[in-house]
Design a protein around this ligand. Structure first.
Ligand code: ZN
Ligand code: ZN
Ligand code: ZN
Length: 372
């Protein structure tokens, strides 16, 4: 998979066309997934300004700090046709943005997660320009993944599956969540990720907190343990997979096996519901209905899933109210959970891709409860 396939130059053309169609004069993209999507440049976010200026009409310019020029030149960005302009420490880079726009502008689209200090500096440099979100334009381009992007997500899914398959090496009663988490983080890197984005090891009562992280609490014998892990590959694309384990050395809590079976059926039903034309809300309902029917409705306290790509969470979201039909190429998580406060919890998460004839799971390890 070549970099030119993953970050093809024609994205800039598509983005310029969409920018004009949205009534914007230009996009201004500081470091983040939108900049990387369009240029392949994994820019360093810092207090020095890095900004892609993409006028709807005219040439794209990538403004970078001089000390980061070599990194920008080594990235796929030059091959996409952007001109690189640098600024030295101690000079004001914002006039370079104004110059790169090539004329007066009335509305610009800013990277959705631009830092406030940059947003305010751009407002001062372009006082007559309305500021909107670049996401209005780029979300629609990013929501359907190309075959090269699906291949990159497949590679990420296989890498995180490798880590889950090794869980028995680390997850034992008496070890703390943090100790297990350290081993998992090393394995996430060893499996081919360049960064570890999150490691959740949530044992016993901590399993009832969906975004727990890790703690110094030792894992108890027979405790359910929610392990949700993910990282970013060199391609820029991300993994995210949850399995729930049962620590060895003791029996499972009385009701846990029953509700785990409900959760597993719900997760499978939601995966099976994915196909072109079905809405995100309908897939959410497919996961939620069996859980509610078993009496655990309020214990499933988050949406069923989120899109994934260059961001860990992006469109589409599988949530009540999302009436947009799924389309081939959309990639997202299916991750229902049941959380019983003060006691324990469970979650099962796979990344899947909507295909022309159904659904493809990118995480393929079994979803049965795994007793270690
Ligand atoms: Zn989450
Ligand atoms: Zn996750
Ligand atoms: Zn997720």
């Amino acid at each position: 998979m070549g970099v030119d396939e993953l970050y093809p130059p024609d994205r800039l053309t598509a983005a310029r066309r969409a920018t004009a169609a949205a009534g914007l004069d230009a996009l201004l993209l500081t470091p983040g997934s939108d900049l990387r999507y369009l240029t392949g440049y994994d820019a360093h976010p810092g207090e020095r300004l890095t900004c892609l200026v993409l006028p709807a009409e005219g040439e794209p310019t990538l403004i970078v700090p001089r000390l980061e020029r070599p990194a920008a030149e080594a990235s796929p960005a030059p091959a996409t046709g952007v001109r690189i302009v640098d600024h030295v420490d101690g000079t004001d880079p914002y006039p370079l943005v104004v110059a790169a726009l090539g004329g007066p502008v009335t509305a610009v689209g800013l990277a959705d997660r631009m830092w406030a200090e940059q947003l305010l500096a751009l407002r001062a440099a372009l006082p007559d320009a309305a500021q909107r979100l670049a996401g209005e334009v780029l979300r629609e381009l990013r929501i359907r993944k190309s075959p090269a992007e699906v291949a990159a997500l497949t590679e990420a899914g296989a890498a995180i599956d490798e880590v889950h398959l090794r869980m028995g090496e680390w997850l034992r009663p008496g070890r703390t969540e943090a100790e297990v988490g350290t081993d998992i983080a090393a394995a996430i890197r060893a499996a081919g990720h360049v960064t570890v984005d999150f490691v959740i090891v949530a044992a016993g009562p901590n399993g009832a907190s969906p975004h727990h992280g890790t703690s110094d609490r030792p894992i108890g014998a027979g405790e359910p343990v929610v392990v949700d892990i993910g990282g970013t590959m060199a391609s820029g694309y991300r993994s995210d997979c949850t399995r729930t384990y049962l620590a060895g050395g003791g029996p499972a809590p009385a009701d846990f096996l029953d509700y785990y079976a409900v959760l597993r059926d719900a997760q499978r039903a939601a995966v099976a519901a994915v196909r072109q034309g079905v809405t995100g809300a309908a897939v959410d309902a497919a996961a939620r209905e069996p859980i509610a029917a078993a009496g655990f409705g309020p214990a499933f306290l988050h949406r069923t899933g989120h899109g994934i790509g260059l961001d860990g969470h992006e469109d589409p979201y599988l949530v009540a109210g999302n009436d947009r039909p799924l389309e081939a190429g959309m990639a997202f998580s299916i991750e229902p959970g049941i959380y019983l406060a003060g006691r324990h919890g469970a979650r099962i998460e796979d990344i899947v891709v909507c295909t022309t004839d159904g659904v493809q799971r990118l995480n393929t390890t079994p979803t049965e409860l795994i007793a270690l």
